[in-house]
Structures are given as structure tokens and as C-alpha cells.
Design a binder for this molecule. Structure first.
Ligand code: WTA
Length: 656
């Protein structure tokens, strides 16, 4: 955590408090009393608490006897001698009472709609599972899913789960180079993709990207299954590529599930850390599923007739936990929309809410800010009266955006659940239970039952007092936690448990806590940026820049951005003379495209500054804090006299 700010203190003074309506409380699954009972149970018997919930809430083929095995901590094992299957929990157990219930309501980019009942979803999952088996996919094999946000993405996840294969979804916005890296790291032999898809009226040529990734490497891949969706022309490599519909045409709608041990890896999902290489976060089957299931029920107060819309793409963990596993294991109806919030206009989200009768809406602050900026007239055109609960995830929500969400979308009365969590935590960790407690704009409130959090200083000592900030840590293991980093357990131990001698799980976020025990997240304390709710490591972007033949060195920092939360600012040192004028402009443009090619469009720097050098300490460490101040146009108050090259600061500032 090179750039951690010791002694972080909070400057946000937010005192507004909002209580749920009497009507909401009266109908809520959990009220204050029930929540208190859950907290008390977890506090008095942590193991018993989790054991009871796992028995009650999930279907097991072989019941577990041991709840938690901590003999190899921090590699914890949960329910390890039990056997289950995630697809059975999400599908088969609903077929009796909910067979004809709609599991997925889908709307495509162009407005076409489609629904799948639980029975239909089950049949499609079984067909794909059988198709995968016919290609030789077996328990423990990794399958890369590179699909648009359509029902087939959920079908692919559950089909892998059904046969015990481990899925690794790569977000459709990632480049060929990123896809190749993930294929190679996971050692996958299969890719499930589509010809392409439309997003915001633009074609995303997924198959072409897969072809490029496989031309550049990814030699482990044996077969590519291609969903026909965008209708764009693709080239099919003989012997390697096959159509989804052809593979499925002869398959049975029944497929016996593979019962796997609870610790069996359900999925890998790559995410950014503070060093260059993305980490393959490995989640288990039993523990992960329990936590996605419970949090969906508790935080979103899921009821039988809800239409639950989490707007996240299945390529992110939020899509895994709250489009697929959490709501489906509860037998809920899930809304899926393929496109972007502002296409063809800024009313799209609200139009979907009206048309599909969405009751619970869960999105990201970056979308809320973007829509807020476009004005109240858009939501006002639509009937949002079915909505009863709103949610937020991905980054701290600023109180202004929270208030707009509350007033304009929530009609001044709907509870907002601001859920703090991470790819690593599997599901939400600190979040309100909407019928059981008041909320405050900008706070994710309190840890959920069974989750023990704290805020500690540099030495690992819990901080005292309201304004005192520090490192957010989780002090006890929980079932939904990541199990390891794929292929690099030492990195897992160091990155998450190393900082305080294995005492805590270290989240990498700064936080403070108010007098009511409410948590306020202050953002990352490591070299990870949060751009529109997407995690990007500064090192990853720097490596991409340096891979350009004209770049010698690069340093990337974040700076505040009105809509994206954080924008990417890169300081770049070229080989040879620093280019100027038209040459500089052309190079900057080229570098932005280069990063898009290396990582994906989401990582394109907003601001690239060509510099003569980087400010470094005498030990050669880049002074990122100084660069951050320069990027933000702040006055430089730091002492620069200890720099190896103090004169450089002048040049960097003069370029701003
Ligand atoms: C940030 C997304 C404040 C945080 C689920 C975390 C948040 C990182 C919130 C994880 C929130 C997520 N309030 N910050 N409600 N939710 N974050 O892995 O910095 O994509 O560490 O998981 O997003 O991002 P990830």
C-alpha cells in the first residue's frame, strides 16, 4: 500500500437521516427486532450462526459436518465435507412451485424483449451443460465466458456450475490482449462467446476480439462456442469454432448435476490489484452461494412478486451475485438489459422500469450522476410507482447524488441501500437492512449479520473517535470470502492478510465510523483507481503505456471526475526528445488508443501529459502524491527539496 494516507480523517459532514416508511417496515422480511436477533446470534456463536443458515437456506446433496476449518488460515474452508450444486440451488429447487414463474425478463439494446420461466431456463442450462460435456468439459475445467449481457450469459454460468466446471467471465469491453492474458492465466480450453452485440447502437465485435486473442496466444483453447446474437458476419475456424445453436440442437433438456464439494471453485473473476497483473479471484461453491443468497434476501427484501433489476453487467462481480446467483437462488424474477442508460435517450432506464414493472432497482453512482446531470424531466415522463427499493454499489455515493436518487427516483420515500463490497468478498458486506434501520446519504451503514468489521491504524490498532479514519478490515472469516488468487496463493496471503500479520482481511479501502456505528467509505488507499465503478490498477495502465515503442516510463494517478468518480491521468516520458506541438497531440491520441487495445476502452486515460521526467525520491520511488496534486491542479505544499530531481516539478506544472 505504497500511497496509503496514514491518519486519514474525514471532511464530510453529513447529518441527514432517513427512516423507512411505516408501510415498508410493516411488510419487510427483516425488521429491527429480527435484525437484532441475527446480530446477537452471530455474536454469541459465529460458527453456529453460519452453520444453521447454510443448512436452512441451501439444498445439500451431502450435508456438511464441519462448518469452518481454519487449520490453514488465512486459507479458510467452509462446509468443506458437504456437497452441493449451485445450479440445483438456482433452478431445480424452484421447479415445483415456481416452474412457470418468470426467472429472467430481458430487453435488448434495440428494445426487443424476451422472457424465460424457471422451467425454460432450467432446460436451456441443461442443454448447454450437455453440449459442454459432449466437448469434453469436465469438473474443475475452466471455461471462459465472453458474452454480451443477455440471458445466455446466465445460462452459460449455470451450465458450467451444473457440470462442476469453473467459469471465468471476461467483461465484453476488455480487449483481445486482456482476454488472452486471462485465458492463459486460467489455463482454459473453452471460450463461450457471441458473434457480437449492440450497445448504445454500436456493434461490439466480440468474435473478432476472440480471434485476435487466440491469434496472439491462448494456445490452451480447443473450442470456441459462438452464440448467434448480433447477426454480424464472423469467420469460423474449422475444427475450433462451433455455433451455440448447432451444439444445443441435439441435446437433452435434462442433465444430472455434478455434486461438488462446497469448496469446489465455482468461478474465477479477474480484478485489478496494486501490482501489474490482474488477480484471478477464486470463489467457492457453497460459501459463495450462501452469501450471495442471503444478502440478496436481506438487503433487497426479496418477495415473491418482485421484479429485481441490478443493472451491472454479468462481467463484473455484481452481475454474478445480483443478476445470477443471489436472486435466482431465491427464486426471484430478474430483469436484464443489454445496453447503456442513455440510449436512445436518457429515459431508457426509467422506461424499462415502467414497462417491466421493476420493483427493486440497483445501480452504480456513476450512472446516477450521469442521469442526474441530464435532468429530472427524463424520469418524470415515466411511471415509477412500482419501485419500492433502490440500491447503489461500486464506489462511494456522494450525498448530492444520493439525494437526487432519493427525491427523483425514490419519490422522496423509498429506502436506498448503499452496499459496500468487493469482488473478493463475494457479496455485500456493509449495507443497510432497509426495513430495520435508518439510512444516511453517503454511508453504507453497518456490517451485515455475521460480518465483523473494524477500522485500524498503521499498526493495526482499532481507531477511536468519530472522525478518525483508517484501514477498513474484516476481523473474522465469512463464507463468501475469496479462497485464493488462482495460481498464486502467496499473493493471496500477502495482499489480503499480510499487512497486519494475518490478523485481519484488509480491504484496501479507507473508512471512518460515526457515533451510530455507521461506516463511511473514503475510497482506495492503494494504487487502485475506481473509474465509473470499475477497478483499474495504476500499474496495469502504466505497463500498457510502457509497452508502446515510444514510451520510456509512465506514472498513472487518479483525479476527481464529476460523472466517473475518478478520471485517469498519465504522466508519460518518451524515449528521446519530448515531442511538442502536433507531434505531441498525435502521440497522445495514439497512446490513448494503445491503452484501449492493451486493456480495453474503460482504461483509456482522460489526460496524458508528456513530461521530461517523473518526480522521484532519492531511492527512486515515484512521488505519486505529488503527481496527484499536479494532476488536480492543486498548489504544491509538499517539500520537494528531497527529490532526486526537484526541477522536474516546474516542468510538470507548466504543462498543466
Ligand atoms: C469500491 C464491486 C464505497 C471500494 C462490488 C471497493 C464502494 C471496490 C462501494 C470494489 C460502496 C464498492 N461505497 N465504495 N457502496 N462499493 N466500492 O471489486 O473501493 O469491482 O474496494 O466490487 O469498489 O470494487 P469491485
Amino acid at each position: 500500500m505504497s500511497s496509503a494516507d496514514p491518519g486519514i480523517s474525514s471532511v464530510l459532514a453529513e447529518t441527514r437521516v432517513f427512516s423507512p416508511s411505516a408501510e415498508f417496515v410493516a411488510n419487510a422480511r427483516l425488521n429491527a427486532e429480527k435484525l437484532a436477533a441475527l446480530h446477537a446470534a452471530a455474536a454469541s456463536d459465529h460458527i453456529g450462526f453460519w452453520g444453521d443458515l447454510a443448512k436452512q437456506e441451501l439444498a445439500w446433496q451431502t450435508p456438511f459436518r464441519t462448518v469452518l476449518d481454519d487449520s490453514a488460515a488465512p486459507n479458510y474452508r467452509w462446509f468443506a465435507d458437504g456437497r452441493t450444486n449451485a445450479s440445483v440451488n438456482c433452478l431445480d429447487r424452484h421447479l415445483g412451485a415456481r416452474g412457470e414463474k418468470i426467472a429472467i425478463r430481458f430487453e435488448g439494446d434495440a428494445g426487443t424483449t424476451r422472457t424465460l420461466t424457471y422451467k425454460q431456463l432450467h432446460a436451456e442450462v441443461c442443454k448447454l451443460a450437455n453440449g459442454l460435456k459432449s466437448l469434453g468439459v469436465a469438473k474443475g475445467d475452466r471455461v471462459i465466458v465472453y458474452l454480451p449481457h443477455t440471458p445466455e450469459a446466465v445460462i452459460a454460468l449455470l451450465a458450467c456450475a451444473r457440470i462442476g466446471a469453473t467459469h471465468s467471465v471476461v467483461f465484453g469491453g476488455f480487449s483481445a490482449a486482456s482476454l488472452k492474458d486471462r485465458i492463459e492465466d486460467a489455463g482454459a480450453k473453452w471460450v463461450i462467446t457471441a458473434d457480437g452485440n449492440m450497445r448504445g447502437g454500436n456493434l461490439i465485435d466480440l468474435k473478432k476480439t476472440v480471434d485476435e486473442a487466440l491469434a496472439a496466444g491462448g494456445k490452451s483453447i480447443e473450442k470456441v462456442i459462438v452464440l448467434r446474437h448480433g447477426g454480424n458476419a464472423v469467420s469460423m475456424a474449422a475444427g475450433r469454432d462451433l455455433w451455440w445453436h448447432e451444439l444445443l440442437s441435439a441435446q437433452s433438456e435434462r442433465c444430472e448435476p455434478e455434486w461438488v464439494e462446497a469448496e469446489h471453485p465455482l468461478f474465477l473473476l479477474y480484478t485489478s490489484g496494486s501490482t501489474g497483473k490482474p488477480k484471478g479471484i477464486q470463489h467457492s461453491t457453497g460459501g459463495y452461494l450462501l452469501w450471495a443468497h442471503l444478502t440478496a434476501q436481506w438487503i433487497f427484501d426479496l418477495k415473491e412478486d418482485d421484479v429485481f433489476w441490478c443493472t451491472a453487467d454479468v462481467g463484473w462481480v455484481t452481475g454474478h451475485s445480483y443478476v445470477c446467483y443471489g436472486p435466482l437462488s431465491n427464486g426471484a424474477t430478474v430483469m436484464m438489459y443489454e445496453g447503456v442508460p442513455t440510449y436512445p435517450d436518457a429515459g431508457r432506464f426509467w422506461k424499462i422500469c415502467q414497462q417491466h414493472g421493476v420493483t427493486i432497482f440497483y445501480t452504480a453512482p456513476t450512472a446516477i450522476r450521469a442521469l442526474m446531470k441530464l435532468g429530472d424531466d427524463w424520469p418524470k415522463q415515466y411511471d415509477l410507482s412500482k419501485l419500492r427499493l433502490l440500491g447503489s454499489v461500486g464506489e462511494p455515493i456522494n450525498p448530492e447524488a444520493w439525494m437526487w436518487y432519493h427525491r427523483t427516483i425514490g419519490q422522496g420515500k423509498l429506502p436506498i441501500v448503499d452496499t459496500w463490497w468487493q469482488t473478493e468478498t463475494g457479496a455485500a458486506m456493509i449495507a443497510p437492512i432497509p426495513g430495520a434501520m435508518p439510512t444516511k446519504p453517503g454511508s453504507c451503514t453497518r456490517p451485515l449479520p455475521g460480518i465483523f468489521a473494524d477500522i485500524v491504524d498503521e499498526s493495526g490498532t482499532p481507531v477511536q473517535g468519530e472522525e478518525a479514519g483508517g484501514y477498513l478490515v474484516i476481523t473474522k472469516p465469512w463464507p463468501g470470502m475469496l479462497r485464493t488468487i488462482w495460481g498464486d496463493n502467496a499473493r493471496y496471503q500477502k495482499a489480503y492478510y499480510g499487512q497486519f500479520d494475518n490478523r485481519y482481511y484488509v480491504a484496501g479501502d479507507g473508512a471512518h465510523r460515526d457515533k451510530d456505528g455507521y461506516y463511511w467509505i473514503m475510497g482506495r488507499v492503494d494504487d487502485v483507481l475506481n473509474v465509473s465503478g470499475h477497478r483499474l490498477g495504476t500499474m496495469e495502465i502504466e505497463s500498457a503505456l510502457v509497452s508502446h515503442p515510444r514510451v520510456a516510463e509512465a506514472a498513472v494517478v487518479g483525479k476527481p471526475h464529476e460523472i466517473k468518480g475518478e478520471a485517469i491521468c498519465a504522466f508519460v516520458i518518451c524515449k528521446g526528445q519530448r515531442p511538442e506541438g502536433a507531434d505531441a497531440d498525435a502521440l497522445i491520441k495514439e497512446l490513448r488508443e494503445h491503452v484501449a487495445k492493451e486493456i480495453g476502452a474503460i482504461a483509456k486515460p482522460d489526460d496524458i501529459r508528456l513530461a521530461d521526467g517523473l518526480p522521484k525520491t532519492r531511492s527512486g520511488k515515484i512521488m505519486r502524491r505529488l503527481l496527484r496534486s499536479i494532476a488536480r491542479g492543486e498548489e504544491i505544499t509538499q517539500d520537494v527539496s528531497t527529490l532526486e530531481n526537484p526541477a522536474i516539478v516546474k516542468q510538470l506544472i507548466s504543462k498543466t
